[in-house]
Design a protein. Structure first.
Length: 151
């Protein structure tokens, strides 16, 4: 059998690709909230600053009191940052991937109830949630903890 088509190698490579893609996606979104991708209204910039991000957070969480929106935005930002770092470091891979899947699923559902089913589908939120779930299901072999124990 071709060694590049070996299931174990492909699964290992897929897990790395998923961890990097999900982690980079979270870090990119967080960077956008702090204007690191450009100012509000610039091409390719979703928010460009914290205040524009909170407006979007309020739209998605229309059912919450306005006083909670800032806290929800901060919690989401902290969660995405922590999960991104844990994904990239491969720390607690199964738990991190499950938390990532749950966060993305909640985000997708909030988008669906706030703006309809098309929005989370267009941004592949459910695809990313399913990818994180796959990562959780297959993350049993290599992790930073196992590597440190072996070394």
């Amino acid at each position: 059998m071709n060694r590049f088509l070996d299931v174990k190698r492909l699964t290992f490579a897929a897990r790395i690709a998923l961890r990097v893609a999900l982690g980079a996606g979270f870090l990119s979104a967080v960077a956008d909230r702090f204007g690191l991708w450009g100012k509000p209204g610039a091409p390719g910039v979703a928010w460009g600053d914290w205040s524009h991000f909170l407006v979007y957070t309020g739209k998605l969480n229309w059912f919450l009191p306005a006083a909670l929106i800032s806290s929800v935005g901060a919690i989401a930002t902290i969660a995405e940052t922590v999960l991104a770092v844990l994904l990239l470091m491969n720390w607690w891979p199964r738990y991190t991937a499950l938390a990532t899947s749950a966060l993305l699923l909640l985000f997708g559902l909030a988008m669906k109830f706030a703006s309809g089913i098309k929005s989370p589908l267009d941004y592949s939120v459910y695809t990313a949630a399913a990818a994180a779930f796959y990562l959780a299901a297959t993350s049993t072999f290599f992790s930073v903890q196992n590597w440190r124990r072996r070394g």
